[in-house]
Design a protein around this ligand. Structure first.
Ligand SMILES: *[C@@H]1O[C@H](CO)[C@@H](O)[C@H](O)[C@H]1NC(C)=O
Ligand SMILES: *[C@@H]1O[C@H](CO)[C@@H](O)[C@H](O)[C@H]1NC(C)=O
Ligand SMILES: *[C@@H]1O[C@H](CO)[C@@H](O)[C@H](O)[C@H]1NC(C)=O
Ligand SMILES: *[C@@H]1O[C@H](CO)[C@@H](O)[C@H](O)[C@H]1NC(C)=O
Length: 662
């Protein structure tokens, strides 16, 4: 069993260190790991409704395409119930593409051929089966006068003439196709369609349009093919490719009708590729890769669009508090005797912060910056805090500008450098982040904040030994700051020293008996070791401590308890109840929403899962988080669409998911 709970500790650690990027990880990595870790469990529980299978299948797309190879190698035939006609239809395009089909070969014999000399001649064909099928038909139809008829005239022929003629025209079309005479092939398939509108003719003509880059014609022909044969995989695949081609250059930053259309096509492409992947029993890696590619594109476009249009909004108080408390408390700034209006505003802002009225604090800090406090020191503080809030809101670039001004005005103020390191990490620039820490050390080598936060960066990067050295340094400078000590114990656990980590936690719990964090993290480590009862006891204690607070309670212990109940007793209802309770306390708690989404998925409640993913997208703080939520939502939507479109295969899928994973 992979470390579910440890991932919490890690993510939560990350969180405290570098709130922004960590929170993105939290939602993303915690979830994907959770999904992965619990997949077998969920299936073992026998949650095997049709819809659940849709959810199950989703995991293969969203989190681990590589696993698709572990799927049963012989997928159930997606063409169950097909008659011979369809079967040959499925083969036909390949013939057209390869140019070695019996039909093409026999067609070559037809005197009608303009390019007879280029054909493979009448030699033995590769596919005897097809030859025996098409041969006789072709002879009946090899009347040149019929080939020359227009589609309209062909349509008027009696049925018994049209059927063999259609086959002959198709054979001719395939031949033209294999010689890459696409225009000619189109003419021939068009006549074949007039003779008999079989799905395969439409699909083959679509293949011609595809080669000519006429994507809209491809779509229209595939639509016709799929009308008669909705599970026609080749047509689905062609249509998906054409839709993707048109939607490819969708730009979320350029709103308008064109963007709407392209997004729509990308979504349809996703649905078609999803159907191809599922109908093919996930053995078609090309299809699963296509699903992921289109999903990625669609989510990126949508995320840009959302970021362009939405109002910046503070994340949940749990998140804000966690970030702010990762810095040791500072005294209130002292104002000069003749304090200006701006100075007063700044003080009010800090008071609002103290009262955890974050929206108010945020707007007051902004006001203070605009009014311009009277001293460099106060100006620097105002920039520092406005930058902090911008960072928390997800505006990393703007935050960096503010923090640059803060360090310019007061280079000796360590916290501004440390916060700059956070921002640089969020922007993916770890070298700059370490450079910021160096500057901070230069400003004051005895500030414990520096070492705690640098430890967190090492931790995120998996450098646990370096992280522990920094946590140690931080603790040696201030032993009252609990986070360095908690993280030290977690890093120890990460390095595999479980005994040492456990005894470190025991002593922390004695010294910080009123800190919910210590109980919560310790519970996570216990959960990771499957010590459910002990874990539960620690989560309960953490919940109790938080419940006694009158505002901005940390709800993470509740979510952890929910996960423990799910893993231990498979008690979905209780797990859901706890997550909902967490949401009552902190309505924007992204981890609660994400967990509810996954719990819904596990129970086969796809529509509910979709609602939760949508909500998750609404509260996502950063672009990667947003991307992640949208990806999940759209993947689930596409699968729901599949189950609606293909009820029978949906049932088969359910059986396969059970069989493949049990
Ligand atoms: C406060 O007093 C100092 C020293 O007299 C002066 O330089 C400064 O401009 C004054 N500030 C305000 C806001 O009046
Ligand atoms: C940073 O300070 C400079 C110089 O005072 C100012 O022009 C600029 O607008 C400030 N940046 C921000 C983001 O306020
Ligand atoms: C665990 O940590 C302790 C104390 O730091 C150390 O003495 C011990 O060698 C470590 N054990 C392992 C297996 O690393
Ligand atoms: C994909 O997910 C986004 C994110 O919430 C949603 O707004 C959008 O409607 C979905 N796309 C489609 C085509 O359903």
């Amino acid at each position: 069993m992979a470390p579910v709970a440890a991932s919490h500790a890690a993510d939560k650690a990350t969180h405290a260190a570098n709130a922004a990027s960590s929170q993105a990880h939290t939602a993303a990595s915690r979830l994907s790991r959770w999904v992965e870790d619990n997949k077998n469990l969920a299936v073992a529980l026998g949650i095997g409704t049709v819809v659940a299978a849709g959810g199950g299948a989703y995991y293969y797309f969203g989190t681990q395409s590589s696993k698709s190879s572990r799927r049963p190698k012989s997928p159930p035939s997606s063409r169950v119930g097909d008659d011979g006609e369809k079967k040959s239809a499925a083969e036909d395009t390949k013939e057209a593409e390869s140019g070695t089909s019996a039909a093409a070969a026999s067609a070559a014999k037809s005197k009608k051929k303009k390019k007879g000399k280029k054909t493979t001649g009448g030699g033995p064909s590769i596919d005897e089966g097809l030859k025996s099928r098409d041969g006789p038909l072709l002879e009946e139809a090899s009347d040149e006068s019929l080939f020359a008829l227009s589609p309209e005239e062909i349509a008027k022929l009696p049925q018994e003439r049209r059927v063999p003629l259609a086959q002959a025209l198709k054979a001719q079309g395939n031949k033209a196709y294999s010689s890459r005479n696409f225009q000619e092939a189109i003419t021939l398939y068009t006549k074949a369609i007039a003779a008999q509108p079989l799905a395969v003719f439409f699909s083959n003509r679509a293949a011609c349009y595809s080669n000519l880059g006429k994507h809209r014609d491809v779509i229209s022909d595939c639509n016709s093919a799929l009308e008669t044969d909705p599970a026609y995989v080749k047509a689905l695949n062609r249509r998906a490719n054409a839709q993707e081609q048109i939607g490819q250059d969708a730009d979320g930053d350029k709103p308008g009708k064109e963007l709407e259309e392209k997004k729509d096509l990308l979504y349809q492409s996703l649905c078609d590729f999803t159907a191809v992947a599922i109908l093919g029993g996930f053995s078609d890696t090309g299809a699963t890769e296509s699903v992921e590619r289109v999903l990625k594109k669609l989510a990126a476009v949508k995320a840009r669009e959302v970021l362009r249009t939405r109002e910046p909004k503070l994340p949940s108080p749990t998140f804000v508090t966690a970030y702010l408390e990762a810095f040791r408390k500072k005294p209130m700034p002292t104002l000069p005797e003749n304090a200006s209006q701006a100075d007063q505003t700044l003080l009010l802002a800090f008071e609002a912060l103290e009262a955890r009225n974050y929206p108010h604090a945020s707007s007051l800090f902004n006001e203070a910056v605009e009014q311009g406090p009277s001293t460099d020191e106060l100006k620097s503080l105002a920039y520092n805090m406005r930058g902090t809030f911008r960072f928390i809101i997800g505006q990393a670039t703007e935050a960096l500008e503010d923090l640059n001004n803060a360090t310019d005005l007061q280079p000796s103020y360590v916290q501004s450098w440390v916060k700059k390191a956070s921002v640089h990490m969020e922007l993916g620039d770890k070298d700059e982040a370490f450079a910021d820490f160096d500057k901070a050390v230069k400003a004051n080598s005895e500030d414990p904040d520096i070492f705690y936060h640098r430890g967190q960066v090492h931790f995120i990067l998996g450098q646990y030994t370096d992280a522990m050295a920094d946590y140690d340094k931080s603790t040696s400078l201030d032993s009252s700051f609990i986070f360095s000590q908690v993280q030290h114990a977690v890093a120890q656990y990460k390095l595999g020293n479980i005994t040492q980590s456990t005894s470190a936690f025991r002593s922390l719990l004695q010294r910080f008996g009123d800190s919910s964090e210590a109980f919560n993290y310790y519970g996570e480590l216990l959960l990771d070791q499957q010590k459910f009862e002990d874990a539960m006891r620690n989560f309960d204690r953490a919940i109790e401590i938080e419940a006694a607070k009158d505002r901005s309670r940390n709800v993470l212990p509740m979510i952890n308890k929910a996960l423990a109940l799910f893993q231990w007793k498979q008690d979905m209802a209780a797990a859901e109840r706890l997550c909902r309770e967490a949401l009552n306390t902190d309505e924007d708690c992204d981890v609660a929403v994400a967990t509810l989404a996954q719990l819904s998925l596990q129970q086969g409640k796809l529509p509910e899962a979709i609602e939760w993913f949508r909500r998750s997208a609404q509260i996502a703080r950063t672009e990667p988080e947003l991307n992640n939520a949208i990806t999940y939502e759209n993947a689930s939507l596409a699968q729901l669409q599949f189950i609606k479109n293909f009820p029978e295969q949906g049932a088969a899928l359910s059986a396969m998911a059970g069989g493949g994973l049990a």
